[in-house]
Design a protein around this ligand. Structure first.
Ligand code: TYD
Ligand code: MG
Length: 476
């Protein structure tokens, strides 16, 4: 009897006839899921004729006889035309706007604002004279309308299709030939020929694959909205990330107003860019003066320091706060928000070994204010200074100390031997800090400008918390 199912790894897409507890492809455990094989294509090859379809979509001769590889020089490359989405931060993250025929995967946890931003994008495009289509598999057309009423005027002009059947969606897409289309979400559509539930590995891959063919053939810019699992990975197969041209991640905490949009992959631009938004009554609003806001809000209390961070190619000043309190637990708590937990563990170890600041027996909480995430090594020094200041109960010394014009800023990576290491773009970080009134920025050596350059953690601590030398250390 011919085989009708296949085991597919939901992490890496590895396929095997047999089930394995551990995926032979990526060595992840319990990730192989049984999936039905797609229908056979005309020539009898299994796999839903994937290769054949893709070939025809790109207009290649199927015989292969006329195919000749050409030097890149001779390949005609039309300049990429882009559609501006009308949202500056999003355009910047995309690399200048939506590219016709491209697939963008937009991930993020529920309630973060994926539907809101995609509604806004289509509204803006519609107003600019483009044809658009919003496919909603999650909400009814009425629900989509209710949201659109809260957004800018153009949002109500967007044609909406509430449908979960892939064939129907593809038919409408082909018939209406929009310039830009949103599928909200890719996990809710299902292909009839596969029996797996919507959102299963096979379904998601099939849905994305079929939509991609149509998008490439007709030059439709498609935004696929995707769910994110509890640990932050895009739900569904990793292959989806390989398939699309651009992967955007919407981050932030639902309860906080700030939202960050990052590019994890971008075939038409840089992956370093990040955009900052705020959720308001009228939808998502770009935050352009984030540094000014965070600096103004900085408390300057013990445990608070300003970090001159880099968000891609853009500097951003954020406040890092720490709280160190005696613990009643056998294993003291280490709670972080906005930085990596392992980074805190590392910084605490370096602080205790090379900075004479011990947090053993204390709970340590570190928070990047505003729900912003700083994923870069340059945050080490800020975390160390915030923890040291909290642990001593002494605020970071401002410069000049007399009239305390602005809080003290810092940046730098900590090495395992207690040295302060150089991090990228020191000049942009310093410029941003100075622009917002922070002088005497504590920075690694060779940072330039009028920064206070420290070679080691100890030197930085002595500069930021000089009074700690005089005071007896508090019992932690
Ligand atoms: P939504 O875009 O539906 O999130 P997702 O599609 O990622 O699940 O937006 C979720 C939240 O945003 C919701 O709790 C309501 C809030 N919101 C506003 O605060 N203002 C607005 O103008 C809109 C449209 C939504
Ligand atoms: Mg939604």
């Amino acid at each position: 009897m011919p085989r009708t199912t296949m085991h597919v790894c939901s992490q890496c897409g590895f396929q095997s006839a047999q089930w394995h507890g551990q995926c032979p492809g990526c060595e992840a455990w319990n990730t192989l899921v049984e999936e039905p094989l797609g229908p056979r294509s005309v020539d009898g090859r299994p796999g839903a004729g994937r290769a054949g379809r893709r070939g025809s979509a790109r207009g290649l001769a199927s015989t292969g006889a006329s195919l000749v590889a050409r030097p890149l020089r001779e390949v005609g490359a039309a300049p990429i035309s882009r559609m501006a989405t009308g949202i500056g931060e999003l355009d910047r993250v995309l690399g200048g706007g939506l590219v016709p025929g491209s697939l963008v995967l937009l991930g993020g946890s529920p309630g973060i604002g994926k539907s809101t931003i995609t509604n806004m994008v289509l509204g803006n495009l519609q107003r600019a004279g483009h044809r658009t289509l919003y496919v909603s598999g999650e909400e009814s057309a009425e629900q989509v309308r209710l949201r659109a009423e809260r957004l800018a005027p153009g949002a109500l002009e967007v044609p909406v299709l509430a449908e979960t059947d892939l064939e129907m969606v593809l038919d409408v897409l082909a018939a209406q030939a929009p310039h830009a289309c949103v599928i909200d979400s890719v996990q809710t559509l299902h292909a009839r020929e596969l029996s797996g539930a919507p959102g299963s590995v096979g379904q998601v891959r099939e849905v994305a694959g079929r939509i991609m063919e149509l998008a490439k053939a007709r030059g439709v810019a498609v935004i696929l909205v995707g769910h994110v699992t509890k640990d932050g990975a895009l739900a569904g197969p990793r292959v989806l990330e390989h398939l699309v041209d651009c992967v955007l991640q919407f981050e932030g905490e639902r309860e906080r107003p700030y939202r960050e949009l990052r590019a994890l992959k971008n075939r038409f631009g840089s992956t370093n860019e990040a955009g900052l938004f705020e959720m308001r009554q009228g939808g998502l609003v770009e935050v352009l003066d984030a540094s000014a806001r965070f600096v103004a809000e900085a408390t300057r209390a013990p445990g608070s320091v300003v970090l001159a961070a880099m968000e891609g190619s853009r500097p951003l000043l954020v406040e890092v706060q720490a709280l160190v309190a005696p613990s009643e637990l056998e294993q003291p708590r280490r709670v972080v928000s906005g930085i990596d937990r392992n980074r805190l563990a590392l910084v605490l170890a370096i602080l205790s070994r090379h900075g004479r600041v011990s947090t053993a027996g204390s709970d340590v909480f570190v928070n990047v204010v505003g729900g912003v995430r700083v994923d870069e090594p340059g945050c080490d020094l800020a975390v160390a200074l915030a923890v040291a200041s909290a642990s001593r109960g002494v605020p970071i010394e401002a410069r000049p100390p007399a009239h305390r014009p602005a809080p003290r800023a810092c940046f730098g990576e900590l090495g395992l031997t207690g040295e302060l290491r150089w991090v990228g773009h020191p000049e942009r970080r310093l410029e941003e800090a100075v622009r917002h009134g922070c002088s005497g920025v504590i920075a690694p050596k060779d940072s330039g400008g009028d920064a206070f350059e420290a070679g080691t953690l100890l030197e930085a601590l002595a500069e930021a918390l000089p009074s700690q030398e005089r005071r007896p250390a508090r019992a932690a």
